[in-house]
Design a protein around this ligand. Structure first.
Ligand code: GAP
Length: 438
């Protein structure tokens, strides 16, 4: 078997995701919609596993963390206080000839339109990326609302609620997974920049004098996360922003970058935000968001260290990273070498023949509420193995005609194609051990 671990093109990943039911273009039967994607059966399972891996990982790093589910809609004052109404803009230009719209910071306006080749630009103007909507029956000013462009603000505006009801003490974190929406001018590079996406965010509240220490703590924790989820070392890096590139309230920001098929791009942002967010909400809401320090007998507004990663962007990075092609007996097999904890299907239960479906289904039923397993009975055995390789299934358990007599199955490993005979009653332990190694 020769290993041709290739770096896949984006087109290869897009095609595999569609072919195998990971990701579909949204509203495809109506011609599709730009910048929005639907996750199919396997994509949905894989996203569930990514969310769980992230949640478990932070709970491994610290016990001082609680979770929150805020709403997608929030009224205007929230976005005034957060600065999104005033500052969450991208510069935009239109081509007056073909009416295409571009981000002006991504173009040389001295040159013609990349779409129609003519040179007739509008003035560049600022475009707010938030989706605006009206809440309630009265479409007047008071009912304006916005779809959140990040999940973080729900954490900040609930800080005092959580602090006073959850028996948490500073330092502690509030974490949240949820949808965010940005009306990107030019959504692109597949799942990398979309208009609807999901974020996993941690806001860590601490005393000002401990900001630096906790920034370092989270840098290290997030480094371990990427190691453990299995991204190849050479494909991700930590890039600290230069002081002149920092926002006025941030004293440090580091991006985790991934080497996507279209270059090195941000995967996650880790930022020391100081007490900017809670101070802004204190000022705009008129509510006191300070906490009282029993030791110094002083009130203070906590500072925040934030870790923010997109589920969809991480999904794309994991797919690109895991993709491999290998020569087996003159044929190419495509496989996804995903961490078993992330793979959509952890194990496939395969009867060698349809005549064996009853006992094989019995095994499947005994496992289906414990693990992500799939029962797979159609097609030749070779084809079924290839299909499972291509969707990243680490283990296949095959029930054959001898199984009835010896109570054994053959386990086949995705990465090595090695096959071993094991007792049926040790399947569960085998899966647990495979997941433990991940
Ligand atoms: N609360 C901080 C925040 O939202 P951000 O850098 O704008 O910071 C954090 O976003 C992460 O969210 C990014 O690193 C990326 O993984 C993901 N993300 C942001 N915009 C996205 C988009 N349009 N499509 C997909 N993922 C996006």
């Amino acid at each position: 078997m020769s290993n041709q671990s290739v770096k896949p093109s984006l087109e290869t990943i897009v095609a595999l995701c569609k072919r195998r039911g990971f990701v579909y273009p949204s509203a495809e039967i109506y011609g599709g919609v730009n910048g929005v994607y639907d996750f199919g059966p396997l994509g949905s399972l894989m996203k569930q596993h990514i969310r769980k891996f992230w949640t478990d990982h932070i709970r491994k790093e610290t016990d001082n963390i609680v979770f929150l589910e805020g709403p997608i809609l929030a009224p205007t004052p929230v976005w005034k206080a957060s600065g999104h109404l005033e500052n969450f803009h991208d510069p935009m230009v239109d081509c007056l000839e073909c009416k295409k719209r571009f981000r002006s910071d991504e173009l040389d306006l001295e040159k013609p339109c990349p779409s129609c080749g003519k040179h007739n630009w509008t003035e560049a103007r600022q475009f707010n990326l938030m989706f605006k909507t009206a809440m309630g029956a009265m479409a007047d000013q008071t009912s304006d609302a916005y779809l959140r462009p990040e999940t973080a603000q729900a954490i900040f505006i609930n800080f005092k609620n959580v602090y006073s009801t959850s028996r948490v003490k500073i330092p502690f974190g509030i974490a949240q997974i949820g949808k965010a929406f940005r009306n990107e001018i030019t959504p692109k590079q597949y799942l990398f920049r979309t208009r609807e996406f999901e974020q996993m965010e941690i806001e860590w509240f601490c005393k000002d004098e401990n900001r630096k220490k906790f920034f370092e703590f989270w840098l290290e924790a997030r480094h371990k996360f990427y190691q453990e989820i299995g991204l190849k070392d050479e494909n991700y890096r930590f890039d600290a922003h230069k002081p002149e590139d920092l926002s006025h309230y941030s004293s440090a920001t580091t991006d985790v970058e991934y080497h996507f098929p279209f270059g090195w791009k941000e995967l996650e942002g880790i930022a020391d935000r100081g007490n900017y967010d809670l101070s802004q909400h204190t000022k705009h809401s008129g509510k006191d968001l300070a906490v009282f320090d029993e030791e110094t007998k002083e009130s203070y507004i906590p500072s925040v260290v934030e870790c923010s990663v997109g589920v969809d962007r991480l999904f794309l990075a994991l797919m690109c990273d895991a993709y491999a092609e290998e020569e087996v007996d003159g044929e190419t097999r495509v496989l996804l070498k995903l961490n078993p904890a992330i793979a959509p299907i952890t194990a496939a239960i395969i009867p060698l023949s349809k005549k064996l479906s009853e006992p094989a289904k019995k095994i499947y039923n005994s496992l289906k509420f414990k693990f992500s397993v799939q029962y797979d009975e159609s097609g030749s055995i070779g084809k079924r193995y290839r299909r499972q390789d291509e969707i990243g299934t680490p283990l296949c358990f095959t029930y054959d005609f001898e199984s009835e007599d010896d109570n054994m199955v053959t386990v086949r490993e995705r990465d090595t194609t090695k096959q071993t005979r094991i007792p049926i009653d040790s399947i569960e332990e085998y899966i647990v051990n495979t997941l433990k190694k991940s």
